[in-house]
Design a protein around this ligand. Structure first.
Ligand code: NDP
Length: 448
């Protein structure tokens, strides 16, 4: 682990003891705090205002019971969360995750990351995150609707276009946002499009929102490659996951001339040396909601590796797009040894601290999630702008805006890394640039 500034180390220990057992939250704070020593030297006012201490403490944490009746008539109980972390730059903004692993520590790590990610976009959005330990896998459509409605029966009193604007994340896509928006409308009697993003195109959604996180991550890697006078053209790429982020990462890489040879889910991975057939994958995952092992029924030359390690497959560009801590130290070492020159994180915190260290030491182009996957939330903010103006932009216009935003985020991280004496280190660049934007606003707003 890199050495932490002494003052910051004390704050970190306090975070750990005040939030026992929340290991992912500890990991996410540590990773940001490690970059901040030099910032306090340049900005002593942040120390006086206790900005780091305040930023590590969520403004509000809501935990609630979600009772619902399944399609067999049985009552089920889940736990719901919304952590409203920081609203210095705008209303809380961040997705909802439905996955059995969700607990407060996961929601807080995601919410904490979201503060800095949202700041990097330059758009007026604060940071928050939420979700539930509900497992949507294998559930009927009626079960999903019943759960979403019950979840919204509590959440509605905490959200609003000027307060908190949730979106999707793992297990929450267009269908779930639709059920939640419907219930919000019913309870409040308000057609308030700005209350959720990721909406359907017929009822207030934005073109490109579905594609945005994946496309944005690829644009970010494209910029990192450009800074090294390289491109995606002809590159063998490895993508993990087979959900929203993975699918549109694959699509954009193919458009830019790269070849993606893998995708995965929590049961195994696919290796298709001819390049993943995206149409087939979309049919299986988005339309029929099947598992990726079925892919090989239609592409006979492709291999399905159950429980295998996807990062053993040699690639030049790796884009982890499934979940946290999916690349550990030995995976990172394997990737580097096999000739990987760039990693762009579509997922949040997919690389463990040991893995990050290996990427940084190898000096490959490593784009951390809070910078690389900011395209999703940025396009959500564009959806909010269109809702506020009662307008809808074309696909081309919105994609162009997304691309400009990703280019700006890259430049900001790149320049900040140089300014703070660590050229090429996008981890420091992203942490420092995001932190400074939020910290300045917090100083201006006083002790609130
Ligand atoms: P989806 O639910 O659409 O897809 C998630 C994919 O990751 C699935 O293939 C899933 O497999 C796999 N996965 C999830 N959990 C695990 C696990 N514990 N182990 C192995 N595989 C797993 O989610 P998204 O594509 O939206 O999100 C993927 C990542 O991107 C997450 O880290 C999310 O936080 C991040 N992200 C998403 C944004 C968005 O706009 N959606 C924005 C920014 C970041 P299975 O079906 O087997 O569970």
């Amino acid at each position: 682990m890199p050495r932490m500034d002494e003052k910051v180390e004390t704050i970190y220990h306090d975070v750990v003891s005040r939030n026992p057992g929340e290991t992912e939250f500890h990991q996410a704070t540590r990773e940001v705090l490690e970059s901040l020593g030099p910032v306090l030297v340049k900005h002593p006012e942040f120390t006086g205002h206790k900005i780091i201490e305040r930023i590590c403490e969520p403004e509000r944490q809501i935990i609630f019971r979600v009772p619902w009746r399944d399609d067999k008539g049985e009552v089920q109980i889940n736990r719901g969360f919304r952590v409203e972390f920081n609203s210095a730059l705008g209303p809380y903004k961040g997705g909802l995750r439905f996955h059995p692993s969700v607990y407060l520590g996961i929601v807080k790590f995601l919410g904490f990351e979201q503060i800095f990610k949202n700041a990097l976009t330059g758009l007026p959005i604060g940071g928050g995150k939420g979700g539930s330990d509900f497992d949507p896998k294998g559930k009927s459509n009626d079960d999903i609707m019943s759960f979403c409605q019950s979840f919204m029966n509590e959440l509605y009193r905490h959200i609003g276009q000027y307060t908190d604007v949730p979106a999707g994340d793992i297990g929450v896509g267009g269908r779930e946002i639709g059920f939640m928006f419907g219930q919000y409308k019913r309870i409040t009697n308000r057609w308030e499009s700005g209350v959720l993003t990721g909406k359907g195109l017929d009822w207030g959604g934005s073109l490109v929102r579905t594609e945005a996180t994946g496309y944005g991550a690829v644009f970010f890697v494209e910029e990192m490659l450009k800074a090294r006078k390289d491109t995606f053209e002809g590159k063998i790429c490895s993508v993990s996951g087979s959900g929203n982020v993975a699918i549109y990462t694959i699509e954009k890489i193919h458009q830019l001339g790269g070849k993606v040879v893998t995708c995965s889910d929590s049961n195994g991975y696919i290796y298709d040396e001819k390049g993943i057939d995206l149409q087939l994958m979309q049919q299986l995952k988005e339309v029929e909601r099947r598992r990726i092992k079925d892919y090989v029924q239609y592409r006979k030359h492709a291999k399905y590796v159950a429980k295998g390690n996807i990062w053993e497959v040699p690639c030049q560009v790796a884009m982890p797009s499934a979940t946290q801590n999916e690349i550990n130290g030995s995976d990172a070492a394997k990737l580097v040894k096999n000739g990987c020159i760039a990693v762009g994180e579509g997922a949040n915190m997919p690389t463990t601290p040991e893995g990050v260290k290996i990427f940084l030491e190898a000096q490959i182009a490593y784009g951390p999630g809070k910078a690389a996957n900011a395209g999703g939330v940025a396009t959500s903010a564009l959806e909010m702008q269109q809702n506020a103006q009662r307008d809808s932009w074309t696909f081309e216009h919105t994609e162009k805006r997304l691309q400009e935003i990703m280019k700006n985020i890259h430049e900001l991280c790149y320049e900040t890394a140089i300014e703070y004496g660590t050229p090429g280190n996008y981890v420091n660049g992203a942490n420092i640039a995001g932190f400074i934007r939020v910290a300045k606003a917090m100083v201006a707003l006083g002790v609130v």
